[in-house]
Design a protein around this ligand. Structure first.
Ligand code: C5P
Length: 356
């Protein structure tokens, strides 16, 4: 079997899970800040941010995929400078063949779903307090489990079903807080928040997250294709819906005018770019987590980020804790822990049984 990839001796599986937890909390906070600290008249376009995310992520994946292509003969690694362009062209041809392979269309489904999800995330982050958004977004564990059962034929234990129910109840309790917080938001939050709009966006994003994640896992694990090639395919298929959204969401400026391009990036300041960069990191790490672990463990990593985002929200956004928030968060964290602990216990018992 191929050796498990590692960074400084730590398996990539754990490195990617911890990175994802930190990235998730950074994204929640930075995205929320970038949206609510600006009056809506000077707001940057979320559709442009989603497009930039795909362009950057796709380019980075393309570069990595290119570097990972082996030279066709060992002699080529000892090449003279005169044949370097030929080797480059050979690699380029191989990469194009891989990217435009017969089954590349399979990535169009998660691509469209992720574009919808990435846009919904901006709606949610603009309308809910950062910590509330983070906790509600845990409902994606529920949708991921449901789609895993239906599409991957995964079997869940009764304890796992109970923990999923507890998760839904916990999120419901946290929602009691969001109505209050949206009406009494801190004075530094200049945009008006609409809690029901934010919550609807979260629910919809949880559906696309579960479906797209499980579908991506299915495509990745049922073929030999390289992860980075799959990422390039995903980004390529995302471009069309991203551009369509930009065109249809702002019809005030004609598409062929020079003003259209500058309009795309109007108010696109430091915080908007920071949001995009953290999202690019998240996309790359998510893909690695799905490859080296699975979608369920991904849920566990993101639930760790609840605690980080929560503490940061109290410090940065003057977030006021209420009992429903505390009780709901504890229920959500416990449910996530319960959901993820159970399969490991079953495995431990089995191996001990075998030794006996
Ligand atoms: O919330 P969730 O974990 O479903 O979010 C996944 C995020 O990772 C989305 O923003 C999606 O665009 C990104 N992603 C990616 N490449 C993949 C899988 C997910 O960029 N291969």
């Amino acid at each position: 079997a191929a050796p498990t990839p590692s960074v400084c001796g730590i398996p990539l599986k754990y490195v990617s899970l911890v990175t994802l937890a930190v990235q998730n909390s950074m994204l929640t906070i930075i995205m929320h800040y970038s949206r609510v600290s600006t009056p809506s008249s000077r707001m940057y376009s979320a559709a442009t941010a989603v497009l930039m995310n795909e362009v950057l992520k796709g380019s980075i994946s393309l570069l990595i995929a290119f570097c990972r292509i082996e030279s066709s003969s060992s002699a080529e690694s000892l090449l003279s400078t005169s044949i370097r362009p030929r080797v480059f062209m050979n690699k380029f041809r191989k990469l194009s063949r891989d990217v435009f392979s017969a089954d590349c269309w399979k990535l169009s489904i998660p691509a469209v779903l992720y574009v919808i999800q990435n846009n919904l995330q901006y709606v949610a982050a603009s309308n809910l307090p950062a910590a509330t958004f983070q906790v509600s977004y845990q409902m994606k564990i529920l949708t991921t489990a449901a789609f895993s059962v239906v599409m991957l034929r995964k079997k869940l234990t009764s304890l796992q079903w109970v923990s999923l129910l507890a998760l839904a109840v916990g999120v419901g309790i946290v929602q009691i807080q969001s109505g209050v917080a949206a009406h009494h938001g801190s004075s530094s939050e200049m945009s008006v928040m609409n809690a029901s709009k934010g919550f609807l966006a979260v629910v919809a994003a949880c559906f696309t997250s579960g479906l797209a994640g499980v579908y991506f896992e299915m495509v990745l694990k049922n073929s030999q294709a390289d992860l980075w090639v799959r990422n390039v395919q995903l980004s390529l298929f995302s471009l069309l819906p991203c551009i369509a959204h930009i065109v249809f969401s702002d019809s005030s400026v004609p598409l062929v005018s020079s003003g259209w391009f500058s309009n795309l990036f109007s108010n696109f300041g430091l915080w908007a770019w920071a949001t995009v960069l953290v999202q690019v990191l998240g996309g790359l790490v998510t893909a690695m987590v799905i490859k080296y672990s699975d979608n369920i463990l991904k849920g566990f990593a993101t639930s760790l980020s609840i605690v980080i985002s929560f503490l940061a929200s109290v410090a940065l956004f003057d977030f006021h804790m209420t009992w429903p928030f505390i009780i709901g968060s504890v229920v959500v964290l416990n449910a996530t822990w319960m959901y993820n602990q159970h399969p490991q216990r079953v495995r431990l018992v089995t191996s001990r049984d075998l030794r006996a």
